[in-house]
Design a binder for this molecule. Structure first.
Ligand code: FAD
Length: 436
């Protein structure tokens, strides 16, 4: 019997049914749309921690997707393997009219998509891709002469000037649910079948708190309070739509909107300047003679530097997969400036631990803190962890939560003295930049 012709929507960083650009276009095409998710063995094999919370997060998200699809009489086809193998078997098992998916900008993803597009092309199958995870893509907000911005403020001004309702309009996916594929799909694999065990980290709810967004500009810098939205993991995996959040920000808080623009900005930087993966944006910073002391790095990772705000942040990260943005800036500055440890070590540690790990935002954040990125603070402005504590955790509520032994003999002495470390940093950076 001839196999019925279908389209496939390939879910990646867009794990939701509502307001999903590629899914909308696939359904609108009129052919039955089979929803697909691939557990990519290239990626899973790289994860050292076999209870990595991100695998649990994705698994929960695909279970939720599958349940929502079942309510429409459909289901999610979940495959495990390399994308090349999986697509080869799909080509064998289905008659595919076209494949739809949303853009993914990271270097690995771009190379993967190029291969899959090539394979599909050999079979005469179109590969349709759409913007979905950012408001403006890499080449949509550029200088008047067409060159990319490297400084945030003028970029954000142009970004805001370009914005209108069209860019934030949700895609009405539900209107075309009737076109979902209703044939049989096998059950989902368990986490154990993927070679992982369930993590017990608690994930933030998928809807942002509108009350927090409204007061965001006043609350966002204080790690002891619920003053930020915890949307980063949902934005990372697309369980929430960036258009929904940006629309909320536009109507209620400009500071919040600016943070979402930083996200687009860093995506644009990695795309326009791919050399930032592995190198300083300002190349002369690659000359810094990092000390890279492994024992001190270990103390930083474990949260035993003897600097309470740094230790609280690292312990929060290790226990929850999350760290407050203000504290991320403090610990990153401390590692690179106080300890003179290569920012790439810190970047890699965050990549391993952060639930919301995103190559572009993480690279941008680390290069900003080390002073070597585009639009970074000048290197001679070195965060003083004690002053930062006075300003943002005056009553030690955050510190006490994570460093309960602070006032006991169990708490270690500082790994370096602030003033001496500051002076050493200025000398080392200065030498690299030929300023001494
Ligand atoms: P909110 O304050 O509620 O902000 C809303 C959203 O805006 C966030 O969810 C996030 O998507 C975006 N956002 C906020 N600040 C930034 C920023 N500076 N750059 C880019 N996007 C931003 N963010 C990640 O999503 N993934 C990372 O891997 C990551 N690594 C970082 C590393 C360092 C060294 C630093 C200094 C920052 C990093 N950030 C990263 C940015 C920021 O710390 C987190 O996005 C934020 O803390 C997440 O918490 P939230 O969702 O409550 O943020």
């Amino acid at each position: 019997m001839p196999k019925p012709e279908i389209c496939i929507h390939w879910f990646r960083r867009d794990l939701r049914l509502n307001d999903n650009a590629a899914l909308y276009h696939a359904l609108k095409s009129g052919k039955p749309v089979l929803p697909l998710f691939i557990f990519d063995s290239h990626i899973l094999n790289h994860l050292e921690d076999k209870s990595d919370a991100r695998v649990t997060f994705i698994h929960d998200a695909i279970v939720a997707l599958n349940n929502a699809l079942k309510q429409q009489g459909s289901g999610l086809l979940v495959q495990y393997g390399t994308p090349e193998e999986v697509w080869a078997s799909l080509l064998h098992n289905y008659t595919i009219a076209a494949v739809y998916t949303n853009h993914d900008y990271e270097p690995y993803a771009a190379a993967r998509d190029q291969k899959v597009a090539g394979l599909l092309q050999q079979h005469g199958i179109a590969f349709h891709t759409y913007k979905d995870q950012v408001v403006f893509e890499c080449n949509e907000v550029v200088k008047d002469d067409g060159k990319p911005y490297t400084v945030f403020t003028p970029y954000s001004k142009k970004w805001k000037a370009r914005l209108n309702d069209f860019y934030l309009k949700p895609y009405p996916v539900a209107r075309y649910h009737k076109n979902l594929y209703t044939g049989p799909t096998p059950g989902l694999p368990t986490i154990e079948a993927l070679g992982f065990s369930r993590s017990n980290i608690v994930f933030p709810p998928v809807q942002p708190s509108e009350a927090i967004v409204r007061t965001y500009d006043r609350t966002r810098d204080f790690p002891a309070i619920e003053g930020t939205t915890h949307m980063s993991v949902h934005l990372r995996f697309g369980t929430v739509s960036i258009r929904q959040l940006a629309a909320l920000a536009v109507s209620s808080n400009e500071t919040y909107l600016n943070e979402l623009i930083w996200r687009d900005f860093y995506q644009m930087i990695v795309f326009q300047f791919p050399q930032v993966v592995g190198h300083a944006f300002k190349r002369e910073y690659d000359n810094i003679r990092w000390r890279n002391n492994e024992v001190e790095f270990e103390r930083w990772c474990n949260g035993t530097t003897g600097y309470p705000i740094v230790d609280a942040g690292m312990r929060e990260l290790n226990a929850t997969g999350y760290m407050h943005n203000r504290v991320r800036m403090i610990v990153a500055s401390f590692l690179t400036k106080h300890l003179l440890i290569d920012w790439r070590w810190g970047e890699a540690y965050f990549a391993q631990k952060l639930l919301d790990f995103d190559l572009a935002a993480n690279n941008g954040g680390w290069q900003w803190a080390a002073g070597c990125g585009c639009d970074a603070a000048p290197y001679f402005r070195i965060f003083n962890p004690y002053l930062q504590t006075q300003k943002f955790d005056k009553d030690h509520h955050y510190i006490n939560q994570w460093v309960p032994e602070l006032n006991s003999f169990d708490y270690p002495a500082p790994v370096v003295q602030h003033e001496a470390a500051r002076k050493r940093c200025l000398e080392v950076y200065g030498a690299a930049l030929k300023k001494v």
